[in-house]
Design a protein around this ligand. Structure first.
Ligand SMILES: [Zn+2]
Length: 453
């Protein structure tokens, strides 16, 4: 049994909102200075938010771009190193056992890391290009804050507890999301990882080596996963399901049920280049027309099926203002509640493209470039979390996470914190201060429920 100390949160309460650090926050509610954790019963909000605010302010300047206001924390860069140093300092300040695993993921342990049946929480600190402040860091900061809350309440843990920072979750630099957790779970092999290159042609091993890590050590880590009894990742919601009063789900925290299956398909529209000024309309084989109609069809088919379909990337040849295109290449990202619906929607979009192509004299070829099956989080754990939190909403998400990768190896669950605008992967991403603290309280409750019984 690990008895955690009766260590009160350090430092002084914040005197202003965290908006002054540029982390957009419209309102500030002062921390209730009269409230001490020891006086508050389990199940009630217990956090003063002090440790949360201190960590938030410490992390805020790292990797933030001065002009865009967004974050550029890419794997194995200087900003990444600063985030990692921050994590290690948080672990050491709390007297936790700090570990770096073979794949560069960071771990902070309370209790014996070798004991088994560990309860693990955490997320990631890297970002997409000009990403928001919350995607990833909210989970890591909330994990340390929740631990502080448990300690200040004198919780008695019967299991080891760990906080993890998974490396390269967003895949912003090498194009593959969740590299750290994939390597650990054996879903990315060493050869494929070593072949990854960034936009400057630097390979993953070169980048790791320059950052002071051993690229030869990377690979599956089943012994580590076998020591985990449950993994819970707290994350900002990347949609508006929790912020929709019409749905009756206008609550700060929810539990994830599943990650929608998703994939990427490349559509090649082959036409014929010709002069924009001399080629009669009837004589054209213009792939831009077919492409445009396919984009509209994708929207319509997805809406009817309750799915999502997005053409977010397009390439045109020869890409001249006064030339009819010879080739338009568009990438479809599609997601749906289940794999059958996803297959049906993509099939209908492809049929619509081919039919329209026949009218336009355009040849259409479709190639599936990636596919991720549905992730169903462990039902027992999901129900346990929902029960611990008094029946909060249980909702699916269309976004991928380290928790989705780990769910194939260990019982895994996710908590979502309300995002009022639903915007994510943008500097506009935000969450209310009260909601963040409600997330910390919920995570503390969940960890206590899992690690103290
Ligand atoms: Zn994330």
């Amino acid at each position: 049994m690990t008895v955690v100390g009766n260590r009160s949160a350090e430092g002084t309460p914040p005197s202003g909102s965290w908006g002054r650090d540029g982390w957009a926050q419209p309102t500030h509610r002062p921390a209730p200075a009269h409230e001490t954790e020891a006086e508050t019963a389990v199940g009630a909000p217990r956090t003063t938010g002090t440790s949360f605010h201190e960590m938030w302010r410490g992390l805020a300047p790292i990797g933030r771009h001065a002009e865009s206001g967004g974050y550029r924390r890419y794997a194995w860069t200087g900003a990444d190193a600063d985030c990692r140093a921050w994590f290690q300092a948080q672990a050491e300040t709390r007297g936790l056992t700090y570990e770096l695993d073979r794949n560069g993921n960071q771990w902070a342990w309370l209790g014996d890391p070798e004991a088994g049946d560990a309860i693990v929480t955490g997320s990631h600190l890297d970002s997409v290009p000009d990403g928001g402040a919350f995607d990833g860091p909210l989970g890591v900061v909330s994990s340390f804050a929740a631990l502080d809350e448990l300690r200040s309440g004198g919780a008695k843990l019967t299991k080891p507890l760990a906080i993890v920072n998974f490396g390269d979750e967003e895949g912003a630099r090498f194009g593959l999301a969740c590299a750290g957790s994939r390597l650990t779970a054996g879903q990315l092999d060493k050869d494929r990882a070593h072949a990854l290159r960034d936009g400057d042609g630097i390979t993953l091993p070169q980048a790791m080596d320059r950052a002071g890590y051993d690229p030869e050590a990377i690979g599956p880590d089943p012994e580590r996963l076998a020591r985990i009894g449950a993994f819970v990742e707290l994350h900002i919601e990347q949609g508006r399901a929790l912020a929709d009063p019409a749905d009756g789900t206008d609550t700060p925290v929810g539990v994830a049920s599943a990650i929608w299956p998703h994939g990427r398909w490349r559509f090649d529209f082959h036409g014929e280049a010709n002069h924009a000024g001399t080629t009669r309309l009837d004589d054209r084989r213009d792939p831009m027309l077919t492409y445009a109609n396919t984009v509209l069809a994708a929207r319509k088919k997805a809406r009817i099926a309750g799915a999502l379909a997005t053409f977010g990337k397009v390439g045109v040849e020869p890409n001249g203002v006064n030339a009819i295109a010879s080739l338009v290449r568009g990438w479809l990202d599609s997601r749906a509640p289940d794999e059958e619906t996803l297959a049906a929607v993509v099939g209908e979009i492809e049929r619509a493209a081919v039919e329209r192509g026949q009218r336009d004299g355009v040849d259409v070829r479709v190639t599936r470039e990636s596919f991720t099956p549905i992730v169903e989080f462990a039902h027992d754990l999901r129900d346990q979390l929902s029960g611990l939190l008094g029946g909060v909403p249980v909702l699916p998400t269309g976004a991928g996470h380290d928790a989705g990768i780990l769910s194939a190896s260990v019982p895994t669950a996710m908590l979502f914190v309300r995002n009022p605008t639903g915007v994510s992967h943008s500097p506009a991403e935000t969450a209310g201060e009260d909601d963040c603290l409600a997330g910390v309280a919920a995570l503390a409750q969940v960890l206590e429920g899992l690690a103290c019984h």
